[in-house]
Design a protein around this ligand. Structure first.
Ligand code: HEM
Length: 328
């Protein structure tokens, strides 16, 4: 950047710290950090619910007893609730930084704005969830909105990530629309598995808060049949994923896309195993927490497959467009 009179008024150390910061805070890094912190907040939010730590810090914004941090009498509940609150600030800081860098770079501003706007929307829904004493349908919506936020952060990262020569070009030639359709189908069935999973939670013992009589708010559905439905749709998902991986192979897709399909299958199988174990061991909180983390991983792996099949199609579309322009 050329030295203007204005730049000279900024002290040298400030200028160099700013340029170091700009060098480190790139849009791809910030988008990736947005994914990570949003996954973390799902897991710590789950820990708050599963350990009944919602009032671990009895006051806000300080934790309680005039202290900003949890005091020993609040015990583990205080620490869990405090960690979740702190992470909220981190998420807000990360999405704001992402928006600022997107504006400065002039890239993907709309998407970064949508990502930033989704956080207050989630806070509002979270507030409503608390006000309704963890109404199970709102707890479901709160979880699913987090999945939508993770998807937004993923799409942002996908668009701005440094493009490695990872075989995308190979995927752009020779694909029929079947790959694209199966990518969308995988994503849709994964979303259905997540949504039904939250309905299982709402039907079970971890649905929400106990009322004054000690009764937990539930959605009134039968937990056994909801679990059966959840597991059935998981079987459909696993079948589709195997089909996808085989199709990718026979369609001559890049190794990266084939690997993305097998990776999704491996994560689904591990998550399915955790699901069965938690079901047969009467849903211990620790396994539910791991299952929530696994759900985020399955979602990210499905987004990865979907994005890769879509890239292929987009590139085909663009290259056709380019060819027809060249011909004209
Ligand atoms: C791809 C595989 C799977 C995914 C992505 C998945 C996803 C989910 C999600 C998102 C939830 C809701 C979490 C919450 O709101 O706290 C859930 C709950 C649950 N899932 Fe799965 N699941 C999978 C496989 C399975 C399988 C095979 C079973 C076996 C029956 C299972 C049993 C359960 C149970 C019992 C719950 C309720 C836990 C609770 O009460 O909090 N899951 N699952």
């Amino acid at each position: 950047m050329g030295m203007t009179g204005r730049d000279d008024r900024v002290p040298g150390p400030v200028r160099s710290t700013w340029s170091q910061l700009r060098g480190a805070l790139t849009l791809p890094r910030l988008a990736l950090t947005s994914i990570i912190v949003n996954v973390l907040i799902v897991v710590t939010g789950g820990a708050v619910r599963l350990t009944d730590s919602g009032l671990g810090c009895p006051t806000f914004p300080s934790c309680g007893d005039g202290s900003l941090t949890p005091v020993s009498k609040f015990g583990a509940h205080g620490v869990i609730e405090f960690a979740n609150r702190q992470l909220t600030f981190v998420v807000v800081a990360v999405v704001i930084a992402t928006l600022v860098v997107a504006v400065l770079d002039g890239r993907e501003v709309k998407l970064a704005l949508l990502l930033a706007a989704s956080i207050p929307a989630q806070a509002l829904l979270g507030g409503l969830t608390v006000l309704t004493h963890l109404n199970p349908w709102l707890v479901s919506a709160h979880f699913l909105l987090s999945m939508a936020i993770i998807a937004l952060a993923f799409v942002l990262w996908w668009r701005v990530r440094p493009k490695a020569d990872d075989g995308e070009a190979a995927d752009s030639i020779g694909f029929g629309s079947s790959m694209g359709i199966s990518g969308v189908a995988l994503l849709a069935v994964t979303a259905a598995v997540l949504a039904i999973g939250t309905v299982v939670t709402g039907a079970g013992p971890h649905a929400g808060d106990a009322d004054t009589s000690g009764k937990v708010h539930r959605n009134g559905l039968d937990v056994g049949s909801m679990s059966q439905l959840h597991a059935d749709v998981v079987m459909l998902l696993i079948g589709l994923t195997i089909g996808f991986a085989l199709l990718a192979r026979s369609a001559g897709a890049s190794r990266v896309l084939q690997r993305a399909g097998w990776q999704l299958l491996a994560i689904e199988l591990a998550q399915g195993l955790i699901g069965f174990v938690q079901y047969f061991t009467h849903i211990p909180a620790i396994l539910v927490g791991i299952h929530m983390f696994g759900a985020c991983l399955v979602w990210l792996a499905a987004l990865n497959v979907w994005a890769r099949t879509r890239t292929g199609l987009t590139v085909i579309g663009r290259s056709h467009h380019r060819q027809s322009l060249q011909r004209a």
